[in-house]
Design a protein around this ligand. Structure first.
Ligand SMILES: [Ca+2]
Ligand SMILES: [Ca+2]
Length: 395
């Protein structure tokens, strides 16, 4: 248990650190040893960081090794990092207790869960999305060593195909929860499939509301820091060859838009099976960026930190997990998309690469999600190398 006075003191220290604009704005959360805690300071990750190419003056390190199947990321107000699983069944919390820029402890918050890929933090509580359930861990920063959860909602579809979820709270304080298409390509009758829904976590009777339609499988989204409008990645359908259709980066400024699936892909690729069941391509919202076929874009966030050069302000960082069935592998990188204003695309380029060796086609890691730390550095999760990287900048 955390001693209440220490906790209060640590909050005050954190407050002072923020107001002084200290470069080392690290977490001050402390927690006792629990049966669910392991020390990871000295854990080794099987990584080849000398192969990673980054723009000048950027550096990549392992922030936390020994994080099995590290997937979606979320951060508490005081810097605890939460990590979901897709192939595993656990949710982890990572703590850099001494503030030296590397995680020290890993807590297992729950196990035996059903693809608990989605994590989000709000008002002291951690939310976890499994395939059909949303769980809530109350006051998680103070219960890392003895966590418990309640089932907030358990009525999402149980299909495992595209059933793992990315979740995040919007500027409207609603929790956004996608429901993937339960197939590679199909036209499900129920409106909730191939959508992004949102719920009010404080409602007495939670009822998902469909926010966006025609979304095959989004595993990453964020809201523009100025416009507060939703942007999301979407994974294109398979079995149309190596080069079509592209995966997508989309913009959903309001509720009720339809993004084409299963009728149209990547704006103007008519689906050979379902295209004739839909309307014309102009009746659906096209992607803002076609990201390449099979690249598997997952997590994405707008950069708002102070550490990177100012040209990165409000730039989208997105993780391309990489192709699984393309004859020549693509993706396996972290990409930036920069905007002119709040809705025009300026550029789309690779930021970090080297997890894939293009010549030998060998892969040693796969980026999944990105998350900015208080100091402006960027975490990247990797579900193949089972670790979390930190990318920092020093002029
Ligand atoms: Ca540390
Ligand atoms: Ca689309």
């Amino acid at each position: 248990m955390i001693k209440p006075k220490l906790w209060l003191a640590s909050l005050l220290i954190a407050g002072v650190a923020v107001s002084c604009d200290s470069p080392q704005k690290s977490t001050r959360v402390t927690a006792d040893e629990g049966d669910n805690r392991v020390t990871i300071t000295d854990a080794e990750a099987e990584v080849y960081l000398d192969k990673i190419k980054l723009p000048e003056n950027f550096k990549i390190e392992v922030w936390a090794a020994d994080v099995p199947n590290a997937r979606s990321l979320a951060k508490s107000d005081n810097g605890v990092i939460f990590v979901g699983n897709r192939q595993g069944d656990k949710v982890f919390a990572l703590l850099d207790e001494d503030g030296d820029g590397k995680a020290d402890y890993r807590y297992t918050l729950a196990e035996d869960l059903n693809m608990p890929n989605g994590v989000a933090f709000k008002n002291g509580d951690l939310y976890v999305a499994e395939v059909s359930r949303v769980l809530r861990f109350r006051d998680i920063e103070n219960t890392l060593a003895n966590p418990s959860f309640e089932v907030l909602f358990d009525q999402y579809p149980t299909d495992k195909h595209h059933g793992w979820k990315f979740i995040a709270f919007g500027p409207d304080d609603k929790l956004y929860i996608p429901v993937g298409a339960p197939c590679n390509i199909c036209n499900p009758e129920k409106e909730i499939y191939a959508s992004i829904t949102r719920i009010d976590v404080d409602a007495e009777n939670i009822e998902p509301e469909v926010f966006a339609h025609g979304v095959r499988n989004t595993v990453g989204f964020d809201w523009h820091p100025e416009s507060e409008e939703l942007w999301f990645t979407d994974n294109g359908r398979d079995m149309m060859g190596d080069d079509i259709p592209d995966c997508e980066l989309n913009h959903a400024p309001q509720k009720g838009m339809h993004f084409g699936y299963p009728f149209w892909h990547a704006g103007d690729v008519k689906d050979p099976e379902f295209g004739s069941e839909g309307k014309g391509k102009e009746d659906y919202t096209k992607p803002k960026v076609n990201l390449g076929a099979h690249v598997a874009p997952l997590g994405m966030r707008f950069y708002t930190g102070d550490m990177f050069p100012s040209e990165f302000n409000n730039t989208i960082f997105l993780a391309k997990h990489g192709s699984w069935n393309r004859s020549k592998k693509v993706g396996y990188n972290v990409t930036t998309v920069s905007l002119n204003g709040t809705d025009q695309i300026d550029s789309h380029e690779v930021f970090a690469e080297g997890w894939l060796d293009d010549a030998t086609q060998e892969v040693w890691g796969r980026p999944v999600d990105v998350l900015q730390l208080e100091d402006g550095s960027l975490l990247v999760s990797d579900d193949m190398a089972n670790c979390i990287y930190r990318i920092s900048y020093q002029n």
